[in-house]
Design a protein around this ligand. Structure first.
Ligand SMILES: [Zn+2]
Length: 80
């Protein structure tokens, strides 16, 4: 799956506080970021194996998504 396709499915990251993708809340991380369509992510984890052409936002979204469903995730590599 390509990074962009994953974003179309899971809707990216939203602010826990105001539920917007790009908010004016200071530092979205502070407010426990959430994946917009978490149920969709739960569904695709059954067959999701590889992500290609992923930028830093796609990778970060994947980390947040796994954290949101209660999984521990280790991440290594460059940011882009
Ligand atoms: Zn916000």
């Amino acid at each position: 799956m390509e990074g962009e396709d994953l974003m179309k499915l899971i809707g990216g990251i939203i602010c826990f506080k105001c539920k917007k993708s790009f908010c004016v809340c200071e530092k979205i991380e502070k407010y426990n970021p959430k994946i917009k369509n978490l149920e969709e992510f739960r569904r695709i984890t059954k067959y999701f194996k590889v992500m290609a052409n992923a930028n830093y936002y796609h990778k970060y979204s994947l980390v947040v998504a796994f954290q949101n469903i209660g999984k521990k995730i280790a991440y290594m590599g460059t940011a882009s």
